[in-house]
Design a binder for this molecule. Structure first.
Ligand code: AHM
Length: 337
């Protein structure tokens, strides 16, 4: 029988994936649908941020010592809220909160997963109308099911993620998520208010022509990184170039672009901040998982990101991530350091 179909929505897609595993409980599908719902709510506020009094600093400082923007708080509450009221999540860790939140009710204590997220990444770009995003990683808990989740659930290496994803609030709003089975992208269709499958089975091109790094920090980077950047600048037709430098300052948008078009994104350590700026659990791990599943690579310059076992919740890490051939070339320079 031929059934006339339109594009699959996120909910339909996750259910379709579920049908392939008759023994699956549906908890992950349900969790992804919850995240999709929170993303739609945040999207509405991001879109009207210029019109209402939701812009600007909330007057508080987060655990990283950075100003918290009002939309950050709103996004944090939305993602935390859907996960708390859902049936799949035992607790969360958020870049905006000092400590993890253990949901500790009967349903949550019996849930398999914990989620770590950055509710609104690139928040410095909110008030200038530039793309921002949400990033999340989903882990199977290591603590005993039936009891409240524990700190150990949130200090797992990134290679233990069962899913990871991001939402980019850009010229369109997109939700991209990865499981071990692949990376799929959904664009929010405003006419029906649903994320619809627009980018099935995303693969990161093995090579690209884009390098993304904060050039303002150039003289703070170690020599080998400087040498690689110089190489990027000198590329020409004879060796895969010329390259283009693109740096939005919203990691979600920068890495999303490179994932689709091919490229490399770097946030190296600097003399002042040897561990760089990005957070391992909220930013590096989800993107490393997605990028590896898509065929790319992610390291901290010395080690695979996904193999780092975190020792604290808000740990920072240098990050080099992107197309496999570009990463391999970068690593030749880093090895010489
Ligand atoms: P945020 O946590 O304040 O949103 O900062 C994270 C952002 C990333 O999205 C981006 O890649 C980076 O900070 C840019 O930092 P810099 O301005 O130092 O290049």
């Amino acid at each position: 029988m031929i059934v006339n179909r339109t594009i699959l929505t996120l909910d339909e897609f996750t259910l379709q994936q579920l049908r392939a595993f008759p023994t699956a409980t549906g908890e992950l599908s349900s969790l992804l649908r919850d995240i999709g719902l929170a993303a739609k709510r945040v999207n509405v506020e991001v879109n009207k941020a210029g019109l209402v009094d939701i812009l600007g600093d909330a007057g508080a400082v987060n655990v990283q010592g950075e100003d918290v923007k009002k939309l950050d708080i709103y996004a944090n509450n939305q993602f935390m809220g859907v996960l708390k009221h859902g049936i799949s999540c035992a607790g969360i860790g958020s870049e905006e909160l000092d400590d993890v939140v253990v949901f500790d009710d009967e349903v949550s204590n019996n849930s398999k997963y914990v989620v770590l997220f950055d509710p609104l990444d690139g928040s410095g770009n909110i008030d200038v109308n530039v793309s921002i995003g949400t990033i999340f990683g989903v882990y199977r808990r290591v603590s005993e099911i039936g009891k409240p989740c524990t700190a150990a659930d949130f200090l797992q290496a990134g290679n233990r993620q069962v899913a990871a994803g991001y939402i980019v609030y850009g010229s369109s709003t997109m939700l991209v998520y990865a499981t071990k089975r692949g990376v799929n992208g959904f664009t929010l269709d405003p006419s029906i208010g649903e994320f619809s499958l627009s980018h099935p089975n995303i693969k990161c091109p093995p090579s690209g022509k884009i390098y993304s790094v904060n050039h303002g920090n150039f003289f703070q980077y170690e020599k080998s990184v400087q040498q690689y950047i110089n190489t990027c600048q000198k590329k020409d037709k004879t060796n895969g170039g010329p390259y283009t430098q693109r740096y939005i300052g919203s990691m979600v948008a920068d890495v999303h672009r490179n994932l689709l078009k091919g490229g490399i994104f770097m946030y190296p350590g600097t003399i002042d901040k040897p561990k760089g700026k990005l957070r391992l659990q909220y930013e590096c791990n989800p993107f490393a998982f997605i990028t590896e599943i898509a065929g790319g690579k992610a390291t901290n310059g010395k080690q695979r990101i996904l193999d780092i076992v975190p020792t604290e919740l808000h740990q920072r890490s240098p990050l080099f991530i992107g197309s496999i051939n570009m990463m391999n070339e970068l690593e030749e320079y880093l090895k010489q350091a």
